[in-house]
Design a protein around this ligand. Structure first.
Ligand code: PLP
Length: 410
């Protein structure tokens, strides 16, 4: 069976191989390689190498329990209790082989065909949402989603807001799910939106899943003050990827113990145990709280500065050449552009940009669980994790191509 994300990843990989160093890779979710963080990983790894039987020797030679290493789970629970005052113990936490795997488990546990014969869905209260969710159903169609309201700030800046009037939590809802910050838009659901969604989930007796791949507690790529949020029926997912360890494939899920036990069983059935290197690399940083300081003082400012230079470049390069808007950047690694009235679908703009060695992701892929609309075909996601000169060069070519499609339409 094919999937949008699979085809796109193949496409991006092939273009990269053919285009070599000419390619402006603004398409993937690859986090930046931040020198100060790479230094931290080197030190942590070298400490583990020198730690004798309790260090690398244990990591490489032992299966951990399927829910994760017990001392790591205890360290994470202690961090969340200490930092946020949440009533969380190790029984509320499971490790998975990356956040992506956590979502495969969670969605298929909470939605699809239920043991009582009913079918349940995952409700996305706001699309565009993370492309990686789209193909995760082990059965039939799994998502119900709601188009956003659009709040304009000025001619070039807008923000998506949850359209609560169109949101229906029904008997077929298995869970509500949102990423915060959102991939692809850099949107951060407001504190009141989060509380209201959690309230609706609570009333319906279903979990609310908040995907914190870019958010609290690490990597904390959030540019405004927002409240960390958890309640006993809320499932939080975290990942070590965006703080700089995507190759370690380590995800974390915090939630009700019955869900956590089920995730442990799923890990055991699918993979026996989870990768343990990432857990070991960050264990002492979690115990000391250093992982939060690194997020706050190194990772977040790094992306905030990349974001600022990408936004300034867009304002300068796009100027008043054509109609364009960008989503307010409140976190994560992406700019989300909207070209109102674009004469060709974003998918076609993507193909034209690919021929010019600029890789982005067209908007259509992020709208699922709902029919495509004119708006979904007018948007592009652009990553700013690459060096500012590459992002700038890519934006120049995007501007030329948008101008060209307008000129051809006349
Ligand atoms: N959630 C979101 C919103 C993401 O953007 C990603 C990856 O890009 C993931 C989850 C999964 O990340 P990983 O499997 O690397 O933890």
């Amino acid at each position: 069976m094919g999937s949008g994300i699979g085809a796109l990843m193949e496409d991006l990989g092939a273009a990269l191989a053919a285009g070599g160093t000419e390619v402006k890779m603004l398409g993937g979710g690859q986090p930046a390689r931040i020198p100060a963080m790479e230094e931290v990983w080197r030190n942590q790894l070298s400490t583990l190498m020198d730690a004798g039987p309790a260090g690398m020797a244990r990591i490489a030679t032992c299966y951990d329990p399927p829910r994760g290493n017990a001392s790591f789970l205890a360290a994470v629970a202690a961090l969340l209790r200490r930092e946020y005052g949440w009533d969380i113990g190790p029984e509320h936490i499971a490790v998975t082989a990356g956040g992506q795997t956590a979502f495969y488990f969670l969605f298929n546990l909470l939605a699809g065909a239920m043991p009582d014969g009913t079918e349940r869905k995952i409700l996305l209260p706001l699309v565009p949402e993370y492309i990686g969710y789209a193909g995760l159903s082990a059965g039939g169609p799994m998502f119900q989603s709601v188009e956003p309201r659009i709040q304009m700030f000025d001619e070039h800046e807008f923000k998506y807001r949850v359209d609560f009037d169109s949101l229906r939590v029904g008997p077929d809802t298995g869970a509500i799910c949102a990423s915060r910050p959102t991939n692809p838009t850099g949107n951060v659901l407001t504190d009141s939106e989060v509380r209201r969604l959690a309230g609706l989930a609570g009333e319906a007796g279903v979990p609310m899943i908040l995907d914190n791949a870019y958010g609290f507690p690490f990597p904390g790529i959030l540019f405004n003050e927002v409240e960390p949020f958890w309640e006993p029926h809320v499932v939080l997912t975290f990942s070590l990827s965006k703080i700089g360890l995507p190759g370690c494939r380590t995800g974390l899920v915090v939630g009700p113990p019955e869900i956590i036990r089920a995730l442990g069983s799923m890990s055991a059935m699918i993979g026996l145990a989870n990768p343990n290197l990432g857990q070991a690399v960050v264990q002492s940083l979690v115990e000391s709280g250093e992982i939060l300081r690194l997020s706050r003082e190194v990772v977040m400012p790094y992306y905030a500065s990349r974001c600022e230079s990408a936004r300034a470049a867009a304002l300068e390069i796009f100027g008043e050449r054509f109609a364009w808007r960008m989503h307010r950047s409140e976190g994560a690694l992406f700019l989300w552009f909207w070209f109102p009235g674009l004469p060709v679908p974003a998918e076609m703009l993507y193909q034209r940009l690919k021929r010019r060695n600029v890789l982005v992701v067209p908007g259509e892929h992020f709208f699922f669980g709902t029919p495509q609309t004119a708006h979904s075909r007018e948007c592009l996601r652009v990553s700013y994790a690459m060096a500012p000169e590459i992002v700038r060069a890519g934006l120049k070519i995007i501007a030329e191509e948008v101008e060209a499609v307008w000129a051809e339409a006349k």
